[in-house]
Design a protein around this ligand. Structure first.
Ligand code: KG4
Ligand code: ZN
Length: 341
């Protein structure tokens, strides 16, 4: 079976074909970063319009690369995300499903991230702990099997990707801030500012990043006032990154120990952070799994593989789903309706 995957939840148009026999056979991505950069963040209306412009040509391109005329099923991101952007992928998936007379599979965007390591040769076995870290989410999830998710902890305020982006803005870096801040941090001393490691000493597995962001703001203001801003920017970036990574790794180790899990999957855009990848591997006794860097941030391949694993949920193309909000732990195993759980 060839499954076409369509991702349009935010600012990347991703399309891919996953073969249940051969694995990923084609993958294309169009990033909208240049369109949003001048606004310092994603502008939803611009995102939707650009998905409309790019999606069909990308579908044609990916089918050409895969060497097929049409897929056997279409998977699309049905949420969570920007509702206008989701509508574009959802409308296209259902329209093509009708035209090609093939089933469609609505996919949860965060489940796509969580399953992205399944695209790698050394895919994790169940059960595992998943640390999902993106621009909109920070979650620790006990994964017993496909669709069997228990959320152990989540952020009480900002997502960690948001904290990276906002701190980057304070340091005069463009959007998206995460990669730019990480690059600046390479030239800095990460012990120069003692930023808080939020929540690490509290019970439970929740996160909070707004205090860390405020601490960065106060430090930036302080060095601006004493005239040392230019010479301190890299040190602040490095110290922020160290505090954020310490918090993510510390919380993950606590959760893995509590749940007696020997495998950790790190996924989502912030999973591309090199320090996070190396610290988790160094400090965790068990196995750590990541998608390759290109599949940490949004892409069509993770939606195609999630769709292939969820073929039992395929429906006829009739219902256009686009949900801005959709809790991950309301999902069920493939073929089981949420109500039957
Ligand atoms: O998963 P993703 O592409 O989109 C969402 O679903 O949100 O994640 C985007 C987030 C942004 O906040 C971006 O700044 C962050 O991931 N990010 C990084 C890095 N690469 C992307 N944060 C830290 N270090 C990186 N190398
Ligand atoms: Zn994402």
């Amino acid at each position: 079976m060839n499954v076409l995957g369509i991702e349009t939840s935010c600012d990347e148009t991703g399309v891919a074909v996953f073969s249940t026999e051969k694995g990923l056979i084609a993958d294309v991505l169009h990033s909208q970063i240049d369109l949003h950069a001048m606004y310092g963040g994603v502008v939803p209306e611009i995102a939707s319009r650009d998905h409309i412009r790019c999606l069909l040509p990308l579908v044609e391109q990916v089918l050409g690369e895969a060497g097929i005329e049409k897929p056997d099923a279409i998977a699309y991101t049905a949420g969570p995300g920007l509702v206008g952007a989701l509508m574009v992928g959802s409308g296209m998936a259902n329209g093509l499903g009708l035209a090609w007379n093939c089933p469609v599979v609505p996919v949860h965007h965060m489940e796509g991230h969580l399953l992205a390591p399944m695209l790698e040769e050394s895919a994790p076995e169940y059960p595992f702990l998943a640390l999902l870290v993106s621009g909109g989410h920070t979650m620790l999830i006990a994964v017993a099997g496909l669709g069997d998710y228990r959320v152990l902890g989540t952020t009480r305020d900002d997502a960690v990707g948001e904290a990276f982006d906002k701190s980057a803005k304070l340091l005069g870096l463009g959007y998206p801030g995460g990669p730019a801040l990480a690059a600046l941090a390479e030239d800095g001393d990460d012990t120069s500012v003692e930023f808080p490691r939020p929540m690490l000493n509290r019970a439970g597995f929740d996160f909070s990043f707004s205090g860390l962001k405020t601490a960065v703001m106060l430090e930036v203001r302080r060095v601006q006032e004493d005239g040392s801003y230019d010479s301190c920017r890299a040190d602040i970036a490095a110290s922020f990154q160290r505090a954020a990574v310490d918090t993510l790794v510390g919380r993950s180790l606590q959760a893995a120990a509590h749940e007696q899990l020997e495998r950790i999957v790190v996924a989502g855009g912030v999973g591309a952070n090199k320090l996070l990848r190396s610290e988790m591997a160094e400090r965790f006794d068990g196995q750590v799994y990541y998608p390759r860097l290109a599949y940490c941030t949004d892409n069509g391949a993770m939606i195609a593989v999630a769709g292939a694993l969820r073929l039992a949920d395929a429906q006829s193309a009739a219902e256009i789903r686009a949900q801005a909000r959709w809790a991950l732990d309301t999902l069920s195993r493939p073929g089981e309706s949420a109500a039957a759980r």
